[in-house]
Design a protein around this ligand. Structure first.
Ligand SMILES: *Cc1c(COP(=O)(O)O)cnc(C)c1O
Length: 396
């Protein structure tokens, strides 16, 4: 059996998305900036995609900027707020300790330029509260950036409430909604969002394309200078095939959102229930306030990397956290942020499902994880010490 359970890293493109792209890779190949009819055909498609995506977010087409993906959108949103803040002498930014690196590393770069960064503590259930944001806001705060759903542990933050707190304080609010788009409801007006990032490849669209929504009146800071594309705020000939694929994938994901969520929640809870039976295992993040497809566990006395390799041998493609962390020996900053100690955080496993997964696959994964964890623990001197009482279990 071969099972793909790493949909938080990337998804397989849907047939709908692939088919929406094909004409724009062959017949309709014009440059939307060209004045002739070949170009204008592409320009019309671009306008249509922008309109459809705007509708899905509850904003206007003019508030949509196409980017190369989630990372670029996060960078542009944060650097824009920093620039606007600087003009007013405001150099304080609030975020959380468990953001994606596209946010955290941008904030680190700003810190070197003299910005002050407050990273809110994350509660052990993987949530931050609007109250924490309220208490952290200062007169010189220029931005609050809090992710909608976490990519490793799947927890869903109270975005609308946080947005309301920011609105009241007159502080810009950005959310990295890359894990949420196409999976959770988004309405930038109802949720008081000033800027939002999304990326197509997390909802069965193509890689290398994303969106930055920025509320009317926010003058975006360029990351890329050049032509007048995207109202002069993001130069470069538009990636029309990818944009068409993204629009189609987002339409499809939003139309099927309730149906998919119901199916995924069932699969997710079955998987959580099965894995919870393994001794000294613990679910990471809140059991309810979490993405319908996210399952994240820590197992005491094992090492996540070996777990992944052995699962891969059994045909299961999983992750130990974020794809970006893999390959480095540091435990995930997300798991450390929710209070997992180093040793425990090392034994982590993320299984992120999509609506194509089946109950049969879930049951296979439960038994595969159980076997692999047992096998690794049998070889682990650390686990032997734990069993013999020479060390104390942290996960009871
Ligand atoms: C994947 C991801 C990103 C990065 O998106 P790319 O399109 O791969 O650049 C940013 N934030 C979160 C939460 C993600 O899951």
């Amino acid at each position: 059996m071969r099972i793909y359970a790493d949909n938080a890293a990337t998804t397989k493109m849907s047939r709908t998305a692939v088919e929406a792209m094909l004409p724009y890779m062959s017949e309709i190949y014009g440059n939307p900036s060209s004045l002739h009819s070949v170009g204008q055909e592409a320009a019309e498609a671009l306008a249509d995609a922008r309109e459809r995506i705007a509708k899905r977010l509850g904003c206007t087409a003019r508030e949509i900027t196409f980017t190369s993906g989630g990372s670029e959108a996060d960078n542009q949103a944060i650097l824009t707020a920093a620039k606007l803040g600087e003009w007013k002498g405001k150099r304080h930014i609030i975020s959380t300790a468990f953001e994606h690196h596209a946010v955290l590393h941008t904030l680190e770069a700003l810190k070197k330029e003299g910005f002050e960064i407050t990273l809110l503590d994350v509660h052990e259930n993987g949530l931050v509260t609007a109250q924490q944001v309220r208490e952290a806001i200062r007169p010189d705060t220029c931005l609050v950036t809090v992710m909608y759903a976490n990519n490793e542990i799947g927890t869903i933050q109270p975005i609308a409430e946080i947005g309301a707190v920011c609105r009241e304080a007159g502080v810009l609010f950005h959310t990295d909604a890359v894990q949420a788009a196409g999976h959770l409801p988004i309405n930038v007006v109802d949720q008081n969002i000033d800027m939002l990032s999304l990326s197509a490849h997390k909802f069965h669209g193509p890689k290398g394309i994303g969106v930055l929504y920025a509320k009317k009146g926010i003058a975006l800071q360029n990351l890329i200078y050049g032509g007048a594309q995207e109202r002069g705020k993001r130069a470069g000939t538009e990636n029309i095939p990818a944009i068409m694929g993204m629009a189609a994938a987002l339409d499809e994901a939003c139309e099927k959102m309730d149906e998919n969520a119901a199916k995924l929640t069932k699969l997710r809870d079955r998987l959580i229930e099965g894995i919870s039976q393994i001794p000294h295992s613990a679910l990471n993040g809140d059991a309810v306030q979490r993405l319908p497809g996210n399952v994240s566990f820590c197992f005491e006395g094992i090492e996540g990397e070996s777990l992944l390799l052995l699962l891969d041998d059994k045909g299961v493609a999983a992750s130990s956290g974020s794809a970006c962390t893999s390959g480095s020996l540091d435990p995930s900053h997300v798991l450390l942020a929710i209070g997992r100690i180093h040793d425990v955080a090392h034994g982590s496993l993320r299984l992120s499902l999509c609506e194509e997964n089946t109950e049969e696959e879930i049951d296979y994964m439960i038994s595969a994880v159980r076997q692999v964890v047992e096998y690794l623990r049998n070889m682990s001197p650390v686990y032997r010490d734990l069993e013999m009482g020479k060390r104390e279990f942290i996960i009871k």
